[in-house]
Structure formats: structure tokens, C-alpha cells
Design a protein around this ligand. Sequence first.
Ligand code: DX5
Ligand code: ZN
Length: 213
Amino acid sequence: MIAPSLLSADFSKLGEEIDAVARAGADWIHVDVMDGHFVPNLTIGAPVVKSLKPVSSLPLDCHLMIENPEQYIADFVAAGADYITIHVEASRDPAATLREIRRLGAKAGITLKPATPVDALVPFLADVDLVLIMTVNPGFSGQVFMAEQAAKCAIIREHLNRLGSKALIEVDGGINPQTAKQCLDADVLVAGNAVFRAADYGVAIQALKNAKG
Ligand code: DX5
Ligand code: ZN
């Protein structure tokens, strides 16, 4: 599946951009939420998700790059987030936060920065619907893919299989048709610039799907 990241879209017309990628074959819409503390950039929050919900036919995949995500879970669920992914480094109690996401009716995801060892996710894998492997340092679109990070996908896949978990694996950062080939263990590819900077969204999304085979 392909999840175009709105961070690379034209913010003056997000509704039209969502409609365009949906018609071009996108599966999810990836929404990058940044607080200027956990990452050195500020983007959008729950009010924007709430505005996008009625105009999106696709699941909204919200990637929270924010400190104390527990404070905002209820807002994001109320806004219509389908998947809510928290950073393991950002939450005081990731297990409780993941439980809260599910209790409120959304799908729960966990992720980590490139510098964080993959083992940090293991205690939470039985309680998530999505595991996001970052292949850039979170904060900005258009960065270069960190190839060595993709190896984390295979390790996560083994753990999920061992647990009998059907959680999906997603990769995010520097994904294009070349780097996607290095992410064969991923179920969902996030792509910002590779989709929204392309002349034809449909061609770009199909190229990503073809790369995965
Ligand atoms: C980075 C974000 C990504 C980013 C991806 O912090 O989490 O979702 O928008 O953009 P590209 O695909 O251009 O690297
Ligand atoms: Zn993201």
C-alpha cells in the first residue's frame, strides 16, 4: 500500500490534493504532526485532521512526532484519525498510550527514530496494529533514505510472526521507486516528495507499487 505524505502537498489546497492522490491510487493518507520540540519543525494538528476527515475517502494515518502524545490522543481520535502512531522516545508510558488509542477506537502504531535500537519496540509489539520504521530522521520531507534502517523491518517481521500478530509494517522517509526495493518487508510505503513533486501522481504511485513487486 502507498501512503502519500501531506507534508509535501500544497497546503493551500489539501482537500484537492487528497482527492487527487486518492484518484491516483493511494491507499492511505499520511499526516505528519510535529510540535517543534520532539522534532525541529512545526506542522499541523488535530483541527486540520478534523477538516480533512470529511473530504478524505482514505484512512488518515497520523504520525505524531510530538512530546507527551498521551495528551492529544483523544483529540486526534475525535478528529477522525484512523491510525495514530506514537514515537517510543516521546511517551512516558507507551503501553498505556497505545491502549488508550485502541480503547478510543483507533488503530495504534509505534515508531522510533533511526538512532533508537529496534529492541526498544519489542515490549509493545503485541499491542499494536502498525509498526513504522523511520528511514530518515523525522522532521522534514525530501531527505535521503537511510538504507541501513530498512533492516529493522525484517527484525520486526520476525517478532510479529512469533507473536502471531497481523500488525502492518510501514516505512517512512526518502522512499522512491529505487529505495522501495530495499523495503520488501514493508506493507505500507509512505512517500512525500516521490508523489507530490511528481508531474503525474498516478504514474508516481504506480511506480512505487511496481517497485515492491
Ligand atoms: C519525516 C516525515 C515523513 C516525510 C516523508 O519526518 O515523517 O513522512 O514527510 O517525506 P519524503 O518521502 O519526501 O522523505
Ligand atoms: Zn511521517
